[in-house]
Design a protein around this ligand. Structure first.
Ligand SMILES: [Zn+2]
Length: 417
């Protein structure tokens, strides 16, 4: 903890994102609550004041604070990356190169790539090796202005290696000043040894993994990949129902490759539905009536070279609350950069820069049910703050492939790049 209060002054634009008590929808997503010549005072890990630079001078703590001049910079809430898969050991370079040459999934698998290579890596790794990888990922993610990360297991795919993955996430989180929310994704895909009997694997997830995770408090959420080739809607419902019965919260990967009926899964009050490339019009209307967030992951579409991206306009204009996340993972989205995701959201999904920033901050916080503490700059909230070298917030989504993040405060602790 910093011993002195920290005072950011003279920000060209300070984006507060303040004011709503529900996830932001429709035109609310364009309201950033901007203070020009903004100032932010933080102390003991919390935000104390968010005002103009003139006003903040009257605050009693301001006089003793360490001041950082933010002229020519944009100050905003640290990004909330609400969807990552950091518990893996190796990059998937065979997949990458083979896919460029037009190889099929089968050919990639035969060449030793695909998810099997990630499973092998995680099963063979020690907790320490896995925790080191997760910690490196968290540090890299934070360098781009992210202060809260959701982290999933999902490359172990047996009881021992899924629990090892969650323990590694916990160990890494203890060494990182930001906030980590853990998710059990035992139901990522059916592992090779259960291909002929997927129900037996669903039973392991439901009867062994979920009860243990709940008892040991190894994760807050249970996630499931509900998709052709992964888990059916019925299997997904069984897994999410079991999670709720054990007091765990839910989220789900849906509609990435094909459309699935979201109504039955909404019964488990998932915090978010993620991907949503093939969401139906009827389900957009359902989401507009619920607090379940639609979390879009355009970096995966970019990396896979797809022409089609998630239908952000249809979702936002239809009243669904939209969040953005990296989907950091070795197979389809090896990026730790939320600013890159903002760029992809604007250029490929026609989100406005303000909508993208809202989706990456306050709506991301809603997607992790952390809206009371995260996602906006308001007195009493956690001092999770990012400072970018930009005069105008639109630059955050405009410059791509470069990192303009100059300061990141995680619970008031600055990490140096
Ligand atoms: Zn994912």
């Amino acid at each position: 903890m910093n011993s002195r209060p920290i005072l950011l002054t003279h920000a060209s634009q300070l984006l507060t994102l303040r004011g709503e008590h529900s996830p932001r929808r429709g035109t609310q997503m364009r309201e950033l609550g901007i203070i020009n010549d903004g100032a932010l005072l933080m102390n003991e890990g919390k935000i104390v004041a968010v005002e103009s630079t003139d006003e903040v001078a009257h605050h009693e703590l301001a006089a003793q604070a360490e001041e950082i001049d933010c002229r020519g910079k944009v100050v905003l809430p640290g990004f909330v990356d609400s969807h990552t898969h950091p518990a893996f050991t190796n990059p998937r370079l065979i997949d990458f190169e083979k896919r460029i040459s037009g190889a099929s999934y089968e050919e990639i698998a035969e060449a030793g790539g695909g998810i099997r290579s990630s499973i092998r890596g995680v099963r063979e790794a020690s907790i320490e090796q896995l925790a080191d990888h997760v910690l490196n990922a968290l540090r890299e993610i934070a360098a781009y202005g992210t202060t809260t990360v959701e982290a999933k297991s999902g490359y172990g795919l047996n009881f021992e290696s899924e629990m090892k993955s969650l323990q590694a996430i916990r160990r890494a989180a203890e060494q990182w000043p930001g906030t980590v929310i853990s998710t059990l994704l035992g139901a990522h895909v059916v592992p090779p040894e259960y291909r002929s009997d997927p129900e037996a694997y669903v039973a392991i997830v439901s009867e062994q993994m979920i009860p243990f995770v709940a008892e040991q408090k190894l994760a807050s959420y249970v996630d499931v990949f509900c998709e052709r080739g992964a888990f059916t809607p019925e299997q997904s419902a069984r897994i999410l129902r079991t999670a709720v019965e054990h007091g765990l919260k839910t989220r789900a990967h849906v509609c990435q490759l094909t459309s699935v009926d979201l109504g039955p899964l909404l019964e488990f009050h998932p915090a978010s539905f993620d991907h949503m490339d093939y969401v139906s019009d009827a389900d957009v209307a359902l989401l507009a009536e619920s607090n379940t967030i639609a979390t879009l992951l355009p970096a995966a579409n970019y990396f896979l070279g797809l022409d089609r991206f998630p239908p952000a306009r249809k979702l936002i204009d239809g009243g669904a609350a939209v969040a953005l996340a990296t989907d950091y993972n070795p197979g389809t989205s090896p990026t730790s950069s939320m600013p890159f995701v903002l760029s992809a959201a604007c250029t490929h999904m026609k989100m406005l820069p303000a909508e993208a920033i809202t989706a990456a901050t306050i709506n991301g916080a809603w997607a992790l049910e952390l809206q009371q503490r995260k996602g906006s700059l308001e007195p009493g909230k956690d001092a999770d703050v990012a400072v970018f070298a930009a005069e105008d917030y639109r630059e955050l989504a405009y410059w791509f492939g470069v990192n303009r993040c100059e300061h990141v405060f995680l619970g008031g602790i600055e990490i140096r790049r």
